[in-house]
Write a protein that binds this ligand. Sequence first.
Ligand code: ADP
Ligand code: AMP
Length: 209
Amino acid sequence: MNLVFLGPPGAGKGTIAALAKDYYQIPHISTGDLFRSNIKNETELGKQVKSILASGGLVPDEVTIAMVRNRLEEKDAARGFILDGFPRTIPQADALEGMAKLDAVVNFVLADEEIIKRLSGRRICKSTGRTYHVVFNPPKKEGIDDETGEPLIQRDDDKPEAIKHRLEVYAASTEPLIDYYRKKGLIVDLDASKSPEEVMRQLASLVKA
Ligand code: ADP
Ligand code: AMP
């Protein structure tokens, strides 16, 4: 099963992917997580993209496409994958066509005001990428990851200026992909405003394992 999760930042793609990867038994491949792990490990790629991520801009297509191509060649992706955060531009979508045949593109639909609430309250564990929300999904102990015990942080790009920029970038570069994939008959729309369990139920009923 080859799935793409499409939708604005903060719509819950990563949260649902964490449930869907077990349900469909396929790896969750988040380009944002891959970039953040390169930044954390201070790799060449990490140094190249650090300021782009902090500002909420997009990493150049050729860099992103090469990273995804390498990742999809890994053994675990042979059974299928959930791509979260890729493609984000038409050239990326064209490149993906040459790498894999998609079964569905899941479009997470959520109003802007809800997106802003979700992004501004998001907190993550830096080493595992596990995601929380100060109101909607708080950790057991405030500010601390439930499993690693490490302090939670706010992503630089979840601060107000970067949020605004990311929503503009989404509207200009990524939203056109909804039409691109709708024309190919691949889009499955999800009402992302419901609880994670309810969104996962919708997904399971629309995209059969
Ligand atoms: P994305 O991967 O699309 O950027 P995330 O999965 O990181 O989005 O979710 C953004 C924020 O919203 C996180 O803080 C997460 O805990 C919270 N969240 C995700 N899904 C829901 C939901 N269905 N209801 C309420 N809050 C949610
Ligand atoms: P995300 O975790 O999906 O919100 O992604 C965080 C950031 O990583 C984005 O704001 C971009 O700077 C970068 N990024 C992630 N995926 C892509 C992509 N497909 N193309 C370009 N930049 C990306």
